[in-house]
Each structure stands twice: as structure tokens, then as C-alpha cells.
Write a protein of this length. Structure first.
Length: 264
């Protein structure tokens, strides 16, 4: 079994468990996989937050669309010495995000709501059933506004507040950048690639993207896209990557077979 992709960079943090599908792929196809985020999240300082002139205790409900938002919200409250009242309500995009609240609050003693499906429309529907609440939505400086558009339609009172920012995770001169394939998960990751390597030439390097916004950013940057996910046949990046490597093996072996045929 031969594969032309020998070394691959996944622009995400290293999986916390050895059971990650990425490790199975690395072993199955003999591919070396490095995990190196192109972007990282930084908290806003208390001073920066105060400049937004938002009083957290003016609100009766907090909306969390990511676990990252939970971490930065409660860390900032600690820094500001704000004690969140027990009657504060929490609305979360998914059950997993809701359960993550246990890191900071006594879960069973709080009023917590989440979208069973994990869809933005369902979260907006749940929020709409509690229309009298005053909502605060902690976000990153770069964020989607799909939920806000739906809340505007429902005439829900809410305020978004930036509590953390996405920045480029710069490479050092000592770090080797000798990959056959790069896999991205956000437009910011594409931007970080070009910031770190302004003279980047794709040449034979394969590019994989997760999500239409990431793919669009890659194409707009003049990059050739070799792999896109999710698709009906590959709903995850690991599934898409496995299909890609299988095809790569077939093409590589076919080229080798052609090369073995004597030419007249």
C-alpha cells in the first residue's frame, strides 16, 4: 500500500484521547499527523471589557454557543469579582455545552436550557419561549450572527459582548513546515497561514477544509482545494480524510503500474 501523503498537518489541538480517529488513520495509512492550531483564543482583559460599558448583573439570562465562551465568561466574572446570582438562567446551543457548565456552577440547582438538536433554530425557539428575559451573549471578536438574526425576528432583548478574541498562532523559525497536506477548520486558520508565510506557494501541497466558509476563504486566497467536508458520504473531517487517502493510494499505485510498463 503506497500513499503520496506522508506528513499531514491538522490545524487543531492534539486530541485528548488516544482513541481519536486521527490516530487510526495515521496507523492504517502510514501517515505522520501533526496537530498545530493556526489560531488561538485570548481573553479580553477586565479593562477592555469595561470599555464596552456592560453590567453583567443587569441581565437575567446568559446564552452560550460554545464551551470557550463559558470559560471566558466565568473567568472574567472572577477577575471583575462579580458573583452570579443563583437565579440566573442559562441557554446553551447543545447538551454538551450545558453539561460543561458543571465546571463553574452547581448544575442541578440552576435553570439550564439547551437545544436537543444542537441547531440554532431550536435554540432561538427555546429562547423565544422565555421572551421576557434580558439576554447576554458572550462571543468572540469573530463570530457568526445566525442566532442574533433569529432573535431579532422574534424581537428578543439581547446584548452581545466580546469576551475573547481569535488571533494568529505564529510559527517560530525553528518549526519545520514540510507537510504534504494541510487541513483547516476556519477562515481565520487560512488567514493565519498567509500571515505566517506571506510568500506561501502551494505547489504540490494538498489543502483540506471543513465547512463552506473555510473553503471559500481558501479559494479567495488563491489556494487549490483538494478536500472538502462535510459531505453526505463524509460528515466529519476524519471520514473525509480517510476517503481521500484511499483514493490517493489508488491513484499512486496506478501511476506506479503505468511506470512499470515497458515503452515501445
Amino acid at each position: 500500500m503506497a500513499v503520496s501523503i506522508k506528513k499531514l498537518l491538522v490545524s487543531q489541538p492534539k486530541p485528548e484521547t488516544e482513541k481519536s480517529p486521527y490516530y487510526d488513520i495515521a496507523e492504517r495509512y502510514g501517515v505522520e499527523i501533526d496537530f498545530r492550531p493556526f489560531i488561538k483564543v485570548e481573553p479580553l482583559s477586565a479593562k477592555e471589557f469595561r470599555q464596552q460599558r456592560i453590567n453583567i448583573l443587569d441581565f437575567t439570562a446568559i446564552v452560550f454557543t460554545a464551551r470557550t465562551a463559558i470559560d471566558h465568561f466565568f473567568n472574567l466574572c472572577d477577575e471583575l469579582r462579580i458573583i452570579i446570582p443563583e437565579n440566573m438562567k442559562y441557554f446553551c446551543m447543545t447538551e454538551a455545552i450545558a453539561v460543561y457548565l458543571q465546571k463553574y456552577i452547581v448544575y442541578r440547582k440552576r435553570k439550564i436550557f439547551f437545544a436537543q438538536s444542537g441547531k440554532t433554530e431550536d435554540l432561538a425557539y427555546i429562547i423565544g419561549k422565555h421572551s421576557k428575559e434580558k439576554y447576554l451573549i458572550p462571543v468572540s471578536d469573530v463570530h457568526k450572527d445566525d442566532l442574533m438574526k433569529l432573535l431579532n425576528i422574534k424581537k428578543i432583548k439581547y446584548v452581545t459582548t466580546v469576551m475573547y478574541r481569535t488571533v494568529s498562532n505564529d510559527f517560530t523559525k525553528e518549526e519545520k513546515f514540510d507537510y504534504d497536506m494541510l487541513v483547516f477548520f476556519s477562515p481565520a486558520g487560512i488567514g493565519s497561514l498567509l500571515k505566517n508565510f506571506p510568500d506561501f506557494k502551494q505547489d504540490g501541497i494538498k489543502i483540506g477544509c471543513f465547512g463552506p466558509a473555510t473553503a471559500k476563504a481558501a479559494i479567495n486566497a488563491g489556494l487549490h482545494l483538494d478536500l472538502e467536508a462535510p459531505t453526505p458520504e463524509a460528515p466529519s473531517m476524519t471520514a473525509a480524510l480517510e476517503l481521500f487517502l484511499k483514493r490517493d493510494i489508488g491513484e499512486h499505485n496506478h501511476e506506479q503500474e503505468k511506470g512499470d510498463i515497458p515503452q515501445e
